[in-house]
Design a protein around this ligand. Structure first.
Ligand code: HEC
Ligand SMILES: [Cu+2]
Length: 389
């Protein structure tokens, strides 16, 4: 007996013993796989790519499903074929290990078959996908909204009178009327981001120095959740956004409110907060009508440097939609707002030394200051026309 022969006999005689651990490992691995899949799908929460609502998203979903089912069919076929081969041609105890099957080189029929079938499948998928790609990149007949990616939040600008300058500048919540094909002009003010609200459409990159066109529409009112899907630095995971689709009347009312400038509050605490805001916050933030000219010239209506706060309280969320602006009972989420103003980089990682994100005021503002500033912030419009359910 040669060394190889001994080995072969060992393998054959031990096969029952070795099968079990392999089986156990396979079961354990698939358990791990299921767990990871479950956990990663938890992480996205309300961001749901499997439930398309808008026409564009439905089109993508249809293509995904079709290619998914085809791939699954191919996968099942291959798995069955492999299983059949494994069982049918397995080594049996009384097999002569030296008795090899006929050795061949190539098999025209088999090779043509497994080339032609995939080619047909791929050509089919290409033929149905290409028109969809062109269709999705076309313009809709609705209004245009400018979308700017920033480290790490999204800014939305509306040119209501179409004179080339924005009339409404807001953040986090992209408010749209239902049933209209909204054209998005997607840009970036720093690095590459990607805009993705899966229930309304696929992903579109936001690239500095380029304008990318994208459409979204929703046939029903509601809030649709999205996030940045191109790694863009420290707080990439905290760069979310939502589309808020409103009935036409509600949308018109929203526009009307957004067009109004802010005014100086009269109540004592809010007025004190307003003054503190003028001291500490206007180098970055704009409040239309009262704080437009920034101390150091960073901020103007369209600076894009920090969110325009004129109608802060008409949004549902803040800081890249990471925090809810309202509690479940409809009251203002004072706790998070206050902590944010106290020490924003502590709540959401930022590089404020590098003009990325908000600075900390932990060493600057005392408790009364914080109360008054939050009281002032709470006077900035609101409540939102639609609350998250
Ligand atoms: C150095 C510039 C800077 C200063 C100064 C500053 N902020 Fe900010 N602020 C930002 C940036 C940038 C963001 C967006 C951060 C993010 O979403 O990650 C922000 C976000 C906010 C938000 C959330 C807005 C939204 O819609 O998401 C509020 C509220 C806010 N700041 C309040 C204040 C207040 C109050 C002060 C003064 C005490 C202040 N900020 C001072 C830069 C600044
Ligand atoms: Cu990002």
């Amino acid at each position: 007996m040669t060394a190889t022969d001994t080995k072969l006999t060992e393998v054959t005689t031990n096969s029952m013993a070795t099968h079990r651990p392999i089986l156990h490992r396979a079961v354990r691995l698939s358990g791990l796989f299921v767990l990871i899949t479950a956990l990663t799908s938890c992480a996205t929460g309300r961001i749901d790519p499997t439930d398309p609502i808008g026409e564009n998203a439905k089109q993508i979903d249809g293509l995904m499903r079709l290619s998914g089912y085809l791939a699954a069919a191919v996968g099942v076929f291959v798995a069955i074929a492999v299983a059949v081969v494994i069982v049918k041609f397995r080594a049996r105890p009384d097999d002569d290990p030296n008795d090899l099957p006929e050795q061949i080189h190539g098999n025209k029929k088999a090779e043509l078959t497994w080339t032609i079938i995939p080619v047909i499948l791929l050509v089919f998928l290409t033929v149905i996908t290409i028109p969809a790609v062109f269709d999705l990149s076309g313009k809709g007949d609705g209004r245009t909204i400018k979308v700017e990616g920033q480290q790490w939040w999204w800014q939305f600008s509306y040119d209501i009178d179409e004179d080339g300058t924005p009339d409404i500048v807001t953040a986090n919540d992209l408010v749209i009327p239902v049933g209209e094909e909204i054209n998005l002009e997607i840009l970036s003010n720093d690095v590459i981001h990607s805009f993705w609200i899966p229930q309304l459409n696929g992903k579109k990159d936001a690239v500095p120095g380029r304008v990318h066109h994208w459409r979204i529409s929703s046939p029903v009112p509601g809030i649709f959740y999205g996030e940045c899907t191109e790694f863009c630095g420290l707080s990439h995971a905290n760069m979310q956004m939502r589309a808020v689709a409103l009935e036409q009347d509600d949308y018109d009312a929203w526009v009307e409110e957004q067009m109004k400038a802010s005014s100086v509050p009269t109540a004592a605490s809010a007025k004190r907060g307003y003054d503190l805001f003028g001291q500490h916050c206007v180098s970055c933030h704009v409040v239309n009508g009262v704080y437009e000219a920034a101390a150091n010239g960073n901020a103007n209506l369209t600076s894009g440097y920090a969110p325009n706060l004129t109608h802060l309280m008409t949004r549902t969320s803040f800081a890249g939609s990471v925090f809810e602006l309202y509690n479940d009972d409809g009251s203002v989420n004072i706790a998070d707002l206050r902590e944010w103003v106290r020490n924003a980089p502590d709540r959401k990682p930022a590089r404020s030394d590098n003009r990325q994100g908000m600075v900390s005021f932990a060493e600057v503002l005392n408790e009364t200051d914080l109360d008054d500033i939050v009281t002032y912030l709470s006077t900035l419009g609101g409540p939102p026309p639609l609350m998250p359910s």
